[in-house]
Write a protein that binds this ligand. Sequence first.
Ligand code: ADP
Length: 920
Amino acid sequence: MSAGDKLFGRLLNRHPPAHQEIVEPPSVLSVGLQIQLDAQGRVLHLSGPLRHLLAQQAPAAQLAHLLDFLLPHCSLAIEGPPADWRGQLLDLDFYSLSGSPLHLRGWVQPMADTWLLQLLDIGDLLLERRQARLREQCQLLAAQIGEQLRLCSLMRLPDVLVDQLQSLAQRFHIPCIALALLDEQEGWQIHQHYAGFDTPSLWHNGQRLGTGLDSLDGSTPHHLNLAEHPRLQGTFGNTEGFAVPYHDAQGVVAWLLCGCYTAHQQAPDVSERDWLQFAAALAGPLLARLREHRHHLQLERLESLQALLGTGWWEMFNDSEVQLAPSLARALHLEQERLPLQDWLVQVHPADREQLHSRLQDLRLEGAPLLLCVRLHRDDGDTPPTWYRLQGQALGVGNQRRLVGFMLDISDIKNQEQLAAAAHARLDNLIASSPAVIYVQRYVEGALQPTFFSDSLQPLLGWTLADCTGAALVDRVHPEDRERYFERTRLLLREGSVRARYRLRDSRGNYHWLLDEARLLRDDLGLPVEAVGLWLDVTDATLAAEHVKQSEERYRMLVEDSPAMICRYRPDLTLSFGNRPLATYLECSPEGLPGVNLGSWMSAQQRESFLQRLSQLSPEFPVSTAEINLQLPGREHAWWVWSDRGVFDEQGRLLEVQAVGRDNTEVRRAQQQLTQSAKMATLGEMATGLAHEINQPLNVMRMAIINVLKRLGNGDLQIDYLTDKLNRIDAQVQRAARVVDHMRVFGRRSDIEQQPFNPAQAIDGTLSLLAEGMRGKGVELRVSECAFAVQVRGYVDQLEQVLINLMVNARDALLGKREADGQFKPWIAVYTERDEHAVRLWVEDNGGGIDPRLLERIFEPFFTTKPVGVGTGLGLSVSYGIVQNMGGTLSVRNSAEGARFCIELPIVHDAQITSDARPA
Ligand code: ADP
């Protein structure tokens, strides 16, 4: 073993030589540095190759201490004299020429009375150790960074990333540091950055960097001298930069960027590998976490999408099991997500189940893609079925093959589809069965050629499309209408739409009136493409309209030429039409009639009762006839027999009244005349009775006067006696005056309008005229006081006339009977009764009654059983008319002893009276 070998062996073993070692004489070794020292540690001699590296290479004139060669911190290692250093391994840093310290290791050993310090260069050894330590630290840091990023919650991930960037920055004095990732647009983007508080901030999160980084080789870190990388100037803000790539299977996916940083100067010991490791420690877990996050979001989206759409995936295993997406299992109300195939199929409606099963088999055995719409099996029959679209496919091959698919709830679409299909079918049906034909005519060089007819063509006209090509269609147009048809086509092409009416011949040779409505469709350039139109068979309507027109014309003539008054008026009595006779009566022209109110010729009371009558019209009883009374211009009174027919709407409201009228004034006048004559005749008849009526008071007065005169002659006239007689005379005068008065009233013509009155009044009036005369003839009057007061409408004098007629007839019958039988005691009874609606006046006698065979005829005019010149045969007939005119009836029956006549009149109630009395 050479001395050198021994020396290295010691060095490496790091054991100082043992004290008992033999001290060899100093010799010049070819390695290291040997320093001879005196007992105080002063340098006596330097030898060995390393001495050329020392800043101070030879002992000075004045012996320098070893400490003068060493960096200050070494003074601790060599305290005291060299003798104290024995047995120690000395690590000493010498000042060197190069400026950086020279690391040497060695030991002292005695050499005679001096000490020899043997030293070897351990600079490399130290460097290696430092580097190893640094690498260890780097690894540890990288591991920590990776771990932090892997373990933190997703929410804290950005903060943790900043922390890790910060720790890197602080550890290696990096002013700005950032991690750039590839974004979706394939450019680079700052994902997270950190900058010390006093350093320029180069970046911000989310900053887009473009694709400049792609120009760098992705396998090593880059010290960026920006002059060489002009594309990266923007990224590093014109300063020095350092970029470390991270790549995974897809290539470079991240860059760790250090700004304002020269790595080889500021961290010379950190190797490229270490930098790559840092980049990987940051980007690896981060990207994994981000992918995880994206995946998670994706899943969430998928879940919510499935839930929203009512859809979900399924996967089939073997032939017996399926797994369903949770949302799908929920939608199907299934407890489990993985279940036997059979349980899944049971969910499907029996009608679709077999088909689904067979299609699933096809998918499994042959890989035939599955697409099927199925209904779910539900027990409640009322709700529309739930429809699912079921799709499936085989993924992969061989053992790896999977059968997957999805189910989508398409109930809405399906149900709408079905509704639409039903509506479509109905429409088709409707078109086919309607009298309408839909057609399409294609535009070919200015002409229109039929290309389509709806199915209704055949039933309507008996043709097919083939029958109508070329000129065939025009041939079928009625010769008289052809010009119209050509005009229709010209108009359609010019205006874009048309509406025409013409006749077409059907297959049996009959002509149909068609209403043709067509529209021209144009392309984007405005050029005609085709005409779409509709034929409506309006034959019936056209003929009917023709018919109506003709009949209307006939009726118009009828109405115009009719001598009767014909008009239409609204419920408020405003005329909308009136013919010439009506206009003549109203003294204006027929054109002037519309708008005129019929009521303006009626008194308030007449109008009231006219409207009252109209209000009783109804759809069931639309007609009412009455004799109405009007005050016409320039004429006294007109009586019209007026017939109204109401026209009602669907709700039964009166819309209009159509009326026909006939002037009855002359008849009315004649009747009045007749009544008057009859009345006068009655008066004449009563002349005897009346003479008696007046004679009676005259007799009384005469007796009184004779008596007074007698007393005057005797000279014993007392004033009391005279007064008594004069009073009696006065009473009789009044009585006679009353009779005469009443006769005058009775003889007057009746009023034009009926008035309400109490029928008892008529009985009183009658008795005042007849009572005395009857008694004079020996006829007993049995009059019952009327126990009630009611009102009837009519003419009091006419009712009186009726009563007089009945009583005179009775008297005649009675007197006739007494002529035959002197013992006969004649009487006439007059009495009244009432119920809610009517009052009845009875006139009964004991004259033996009327021959039953004549009963039906006695009301006929001129019927009389009396000798010529005595009876007129008008009394009962006129009476009958009067009572009827008052709304009542006159009837007769034979009672046990004679005839019994009954006048029945409707009672007018107070409300009616007051409303009648209301001013117009
Ligand atoms: P006239 O009294 O002029 O004959 P009327 O019309 O009053 O005409 O009567 C017609 C007929 O009815 C009489 O002729 C008579 O025969 C019959 N008649 C009317 N009233 C009675 C009565 N109370 N009893 C019997 N016959 C009567």
